[in-house]
Design a protein around this ligand. Structure first.
Ligand code: ZN
Length: 55
């Protein structure tokens, strides 16, 4: 369950990157875009919802 990856679109540069749900939870939804380096704050509920939708 925790090894599920979710794909998140960057709000700034538009790149889509993937992250483990577990990793997102550890960072409390604060995820840095690997492309432009800007910080995003996602709600963990939203990340779980995306993860659930991929299966
Ligand atoms: Zn970006």
């Amino acid at each position: 369950m925790s090894e599920i990856r979710v794909e998140l679109p960057c709000k700034y540069c538009g790149e889509v990157f993937s992250i483990f749900v577990r990793e997102a939870a550890e960072r409390r939804g604060k995820i840095m875009c690997p492309v432009c380096g800007r910080m995003h704050e996602y709600k963990l509920a939203d990340i779980s919802k995306i993860a659930a939708g991929t299966h």
